[in-house]
Design a protein around this ligand. Structure first.
Ligand code: PMP
Length: 419
């Protein structure tokens, strides 16, 4: 922050304090914590409540989907998502309702049994580490933390993880077996990986059983007319001589119903065989009736795109409101820098180091719940105490605006206390 800006902040400290006292007196109760779809977004998929409809329980080949079986998931649904995820249908599985469950299963199976190409299960190694681009997704970090995997932060740029930092970490540490990645509209910065970065990642000099967890959760979640070209990461990995390096994950959690969508796994034929093998002890087949109702609702890749345009119409104004409030309240004081994502579910606000926790605590005291400071980093430890994740989708636009106004009041006070 410029010294002119901090002079202004110090000058306004008394005004910020009284604005904050007034805010507290309002007794607000607002929650801006999680990136969930709002009820009007869920309603876009309410046809699911009656689909596939009376007497509809067969796939195109005539199989009775009410029964056990069909471990790879409904082919018609895999076809719809194959292009946008850039995974050939035979290598794309449609499975349960949650991609996080799949990620957790894949790490568990790797720990217990090892992945193809591994000398031993990860759990039999002295130590296992993952590269974690930061800021990143807290639930990814929770999975690896719960499994005892050591997490190594690497910085994120606008076009993906910082490759020199990734290379330096790999060269220094042979225990690194994996890496988290959200390639499109990354949670929480909105960064979109470039193809050049993807090429670097699949070509990295790393362990034979090093795996990139390519979580394409926001592949179709555009907020503007600009749509990134889907990256053929499996093809690039094969070209680079590491065909088994990438596990692709995705789901319809933020396309249809968050609790009752369909999760996808895509990878090399060898990795797909591996997952199906270990899953066969866990399940006699996924919920294919849910797959069928998703085919009936979404119909085609164009159907998915049309459905996502309806989401955009509902949430783009909320993202615009974040920009408007921050521009009006924070920019005049030179406080904060924030992303303006072209898709996904989050805005990242970066404040003066040492201020994030205090600002969020002040907001909480005034009845505004924000995502806890630190949650964008492994072990909830943001060493700069500077990154704040904003999740605009769930509240109504009035609640969102009131919450952000109040949060800005708390943040300005916290920033002025630093002077
Ligand atoms: N991955 C990312 C990057 C996410 O942001 C989310 C939802 N917040 C998920 C996965 C959750 O996916 P699912 O509902 O399929 O478990």
């Amino acid at each position: 922050m410029s010294s002119a800006a901090s002079d202004t902040l110090a000058e306004h400290r008394a005004a910020f304090q009284s604005a904050y006292d007034e805010l507290k007196a309002q007794g607000l109760k607002l929650d801006l914590t999680r990136g969930k779809p709002a009820a009007d977004q869920l309603a876009l998929s309410d046809a699911l409540l009656t689909l596939p409809g009376d007497g509809e329980f067969r796939d195109a080949a005539g199989t009775d989907l009410r029964n056990y079986g069909g471990a790879t998931g409904l082919p018609e649904l895999r076809e719809i998502f194959s292009d946008v995820l850039r995974v050939p249908v035979p290598q794309l599985l449609a499975l349960g309702n949650s991609s996080l469950t799949l990620m957790h299963d894949v790490v568990s199976f790797a720990m217990l049994h090892g992945v193809p190409g591994a000398a031993r299960p990860w759990g039999k190694e002295e130590s296992v580490s993952f590269l974690c681009p930061v800021p990143g997704y807290d639930r990814h970090f929770s999975i690896t933390e719960a499994m005892g995997v050591r997490m190594i932060p690497v910085p994120m740029n606008d076009d993906g993880p910082d490759i020199p930092s990734v290379k330096a970490a790999l060269a220094a540490d042979p225990t690194i077996k994996g890496m988290w990645a959200v390639p499109v509209y990354s949670n929480p910065t909105g960064a979109v990986y470039s193809e050049a970065v993807a090429r670097e990642l699949v070509a990295l000099d790393a362990a034979d059983d090093f795996r990139i967890f390519w979580d394409n959760a926001y592949a179709v979640h555009h907020l503007t007319d600009w749509h990134p070209e889907p990256i053929d990461v499996l093809g690039l990995a094969a070209e680079a001589g590491h065909p088994d390096r990438v596990f692709v994950f995705a789901s319809t959690s933020k396309v249809t119903y968050s609790g009752s969508g369909v999760a996808f796994f895509g990878s090399s034929p060898e990795n797909v065989k591996w997952l199906l093998h270990w899953q066969s002890f866990q399940s006699i087949g996924p919920d294919k009736v849910n797959h069928l109702r998703h085919v009936a609702l979404l119909e085609s890749p164009e159907g998915v795109a049309a459905h996502m345009r309806k989401h955009r119409a509902l949430i783009a104004p909320k993202f615009a409101a974040v920009q408007e409030v921050f521009e009006r309240r924070l920019a005049p004081f030179g406080v904060g820098e924030w992303t303006d994502p072209k898709g996904g579910y989050f805005v990242t606000l970066t404040v003066t180091p040492g201020v994030a926790r205090r600002a969020i605590a002040l907001a909480a005291e005034a009845g505004i719940a924000m995502t806890p400071a630190g949650s964008t980093h492994p072990y909830r430890d943001d060493p700069d105490d500077a990154v704040i994740r904003i999740a605009p989708t769930f509240p109504t636009i009035d609640e969102l605006t009131a919450g952000l106004e109040g949060f800005c009041t708390a943040l300005l006070l916290a920033e002025s206390e630093r002077d």
